[in-house]
Design a protein around this ligand. Structure first.
Ligand code: ADP
Ligand code: ZN
Length: 648
């Protein structure tokens, strides 16, 4: 929209300049002018304007190359008495030359310069547009800008079906009736049932809300209109509402069809909340337009509006009223089985080797969204291709998973030796506690290769998704989290900021145990969190517990953590040798999987190239012929910030 204004503006400017170029009158002085008049060098007509005179010289006048016979002279004749008389007298001697006076046009008087005119015109247009945008929405020249920018994906392009969507079976089931309605509306009319016109899909980004909406369109074989809430909220106030009207009109014309409103929270925020209060008119108008349109559906309109959001809590209640988005379907992060199913879809599109174990990948990807999983398989395929492999192997999948989750491994980052050693002990601490604590998730792998902002990481491989946490599991998690810092304390002569994320995670967990889950003996079976405290007026009656209880809560949280801390300290002290071995092995190999770590703490040697071997090999590959002595010395300067705290 803004782009159009600029393009039109530039076009006009260009036009003006070209015009000036064509109008190649040469300026002459007043003296020259009178000489020409005197000598009868003029032909044609003299046009006398208020500030200048334009005329043409006869062909007998020799000019420099490229100069025009047309000329003008800046001459304010009104300032001169007897101008007309003088001119007439002189011209009378040379018949054939006529002259006429030309009044300035009113707009020339107003805007002596065409350029200024153009600029002013655009400014006026621009501001008018901001003001009356909504009023002009109905069509015509200005109204065209209100036309909604949705993309119409017709039947051919919406080839997505339910087979392309996995891991959200409940959601798929719930939208079944919508498809049925689009395919066969009569069926519902017969018994007088009312099919929801608005469906709200709620879920984290990347869980497949858009995909599901498209699949509904694909399954029902109807067109799919989509527009994003953030598209509505554009710079021109009032345009959003007209876009909504336009979109719905087009949709009704091609009913049956689906309208998909992505990021509905961008316009559908609860009214009257937010900072400042003012400036939300645009959003409100847009929201109102949506509501009005939805209320205005007749029984013959087979239009289903599907909206997506990940912020149910901020939505205006008006949106979820009956007849509007009264059907809410949650599109959650996929569970273990769901992740496996999604992986299967995407793995089928690439060539996988025999050792690829999608179950294992699914186990190692808790909290991954469908989009993450799709990206994972894609990354794995790219990595395998870069290594000229015949097919994707399990190791590519694992590496891709780490990359999607934590960012690319930064093997070339120079880590100084002390830093590396602290990281090794830190991670060895996590890993050892993880392995030796019965109730913790099994260890998956531990690594001190910097990744993203982190110095290293310990991964667990949960056997299942957890929907409830037992107290023992929570305590085990606490110990694993504390293992990193404790290892630093016990085995290095300093402690590091690397434990910050662990501390945050442990505190969080301990708080939940005490406040939400009733796992503290002293506080017992009472929930203390709940409603948010009023930050501005803490004493205004919404406090749920006394100051004394607040103190108890603090001590209880600390007690939970302290207990875990002592247990972990004991565990690590009893296993000093194993700790040492594990840390040394990490320094040597940088990454250990569960099997290898187990062998190490049992005191066995493992068969695996060390990091130096690997670097040599890689270096030899990229710089064949270079002296091997230089291998392994990374040439990247240490430009990175110090490693930030790492979770895990
Ligand atoms: P959302 O709209 O919820 O943010 P999208 O539908 O845009 O998420 O998902 C982005 C991409 O991730 C999809 O195009 C698809 O490739 C993949 N994806 C997400 N969820 C799933 C799923 N449940 N099954 C298959 N693919 C999925
Ligand atoms: Zn840690």
């Amino acid at each position: 929209m803004f782009g159009w204004i600029i393009i039109i503006g530039l076009g006009l400017l260009l036009f003006v300049f070209i015009n000036r170029g064509l109008d190649s009158r040469r300026e002459i002085t007043a003296d020259q002018f009178w000489t020409y008049v005197e000598n009868g060098d003029l032909v044609g007509e003299l046009v006398i304007k208020e500030d200048k005179i334009e005329g043409t010289l006869g062909a007998n006048i020799q000019l420099r190359k490229g100069e025009s016979h047309k000329f003008y002279v800046s001459y304010n004749y009104t300032a001169e008495e007897n101008f007309d008389q003088r001119l007439r007298e002189k011209l009378a001697k040379h018949p054939g030359v006529t002259h006429r006076y030309q009044q300035r046009a009113w707009w020339e008087a107003l805007f002596p310069n065409l350029l200024v005119t153009v600029v002013i015109f655009f400014l006026i247009w621009f501001f008018l547009f901001r003001r009356i945008g909504s009023a002009a929405g109905g069509g015509g020249f200005l109204g065209g800008f209100g036309r909604s920018r949705h993309r119409l994906l017709n039947k051919e392009t919406t080839s997505v079906t339910f087979d392309d969507v996995a891991g959200i079976n409940e959601a798929k089931e719930e939208v079944g009736e919508v498809i049925e309605f689009l395919k066969n509306p009569r069926k519902f009319q017969r018994l007088g049932g009312r099919v929801p016109r608005g469906v709200l899909l709620i879920g984290e980004p990347g869980c497949g809300k858009t995909l599901l909406a498209k699949a509904i369109a694909g399954e029902a074989d109807v067109p799919f209109f989509s527009i994003s809430g953030s598209d509505f909220v554009e710079m021109f106030v009032g345009v959003g509402a007209s876009r909504v009207r336009d979109l719905f009109k087009q949709a009704k014309d091609s009913s049956p069809c689906i309208i998909f409103l992505d990021e509905i929270d961008a316009v559908g925020r609860r009214r009257g909340v937010g900072f400042g209060g003012g400036g939300h008119d645009e959003r409100e108008q847009t929201l109102n337009a949506i509501l009005v349109e939805m209320d205005g559906f007749g029984s013959s309109d087979q239009v289903i509006v599907i909206a997506a959001t990940n912020r149910m809590d901020v939505l205006d209640p008006a949106l979820t009223r009956p007849g509007r988005f009264d059907r809410q379907i949650s599109v959650p992060l996929p569970d273990l089985q769901g992740r496996y199913d999604i992986l299967k879809i995407y793995a089928a599109k690439v060539k996988c080797g025999p050792d690829v174990d999608l179950h294992r990948v699914a186990r190692g990807t808790p909290m991954f969204s469908g989009a993450d999983l799709a990206a994972l398989v894609n990354e794995a395929a790219i990595a395998a291709t870069m290594q000229n492999k015949e097919y994707v192997e399990q190791e590519d999948m694992e590496e891709a998973r780490d990359k999607v989750r934590w960012g690319r491994a930064r093997k070339s980052r120079v880590v100084d030796e002390t830093e590396k050693s602290i990281t090794a002990y830190h991670e060895a601490g996590h890993a050892l506690v993880q392995m030796l604590t019965e109730d913790a998730d099994p260890l998956h792998k531990v690594s001190i290769i910097p990744r993203g902002p982190m110095g290293g990481a310990t991964f667990s491989l949960p056997e299942k998704d957890r929907y409830i946490y037992t107290r023992r599991y929570c305590e085990a998690q606490l110990r694993v989290a504390l293992g990193g810092r404790l290892a630093e304390e016990l085995f290095c002569d300093d402690i590091s900021s690397g434990a910050a994320a662990d501390i945050a995670a442990a505190t969080d967990l301990a708080r939940k145990m005490v406040l939400d889950w009733g796992m503290s003996d002293r506080l017992g079976f009472v929930r203390y969190s709940g409603q948010q405290q009023n930050v501005m007026l803490p004493d205004l009656g919404n406090k749920e517990y006394s100051y004394k209880t607040a103190e108890t809560i603090d001590t209880e949280i600390k007690a939970v953590i302290d207990r875990a801390y002592e247990n972990t300290r004991k565990l690590l002290e009893e296993n000093r040798t194993q700790m040492g071995n594990l840390a040394q092995a990490l320094l040597k190999y940088e990454t250990l999987d569960a099997q290898e770590a187990k062998q190490i703490i049992e005191g066995k040697a493992i068969d695996k190239p060390t990091m130096t071997d690997l670097l040599d090999r890689e270096h030899a590959k990229s710089f064949p012929g270079e002296l091997k002595a230089q291998a392994g010395v990374p040439d990247t300067p240490k430009a990175d910030l110090p490693p930030l705290p790492e979770p895990g």
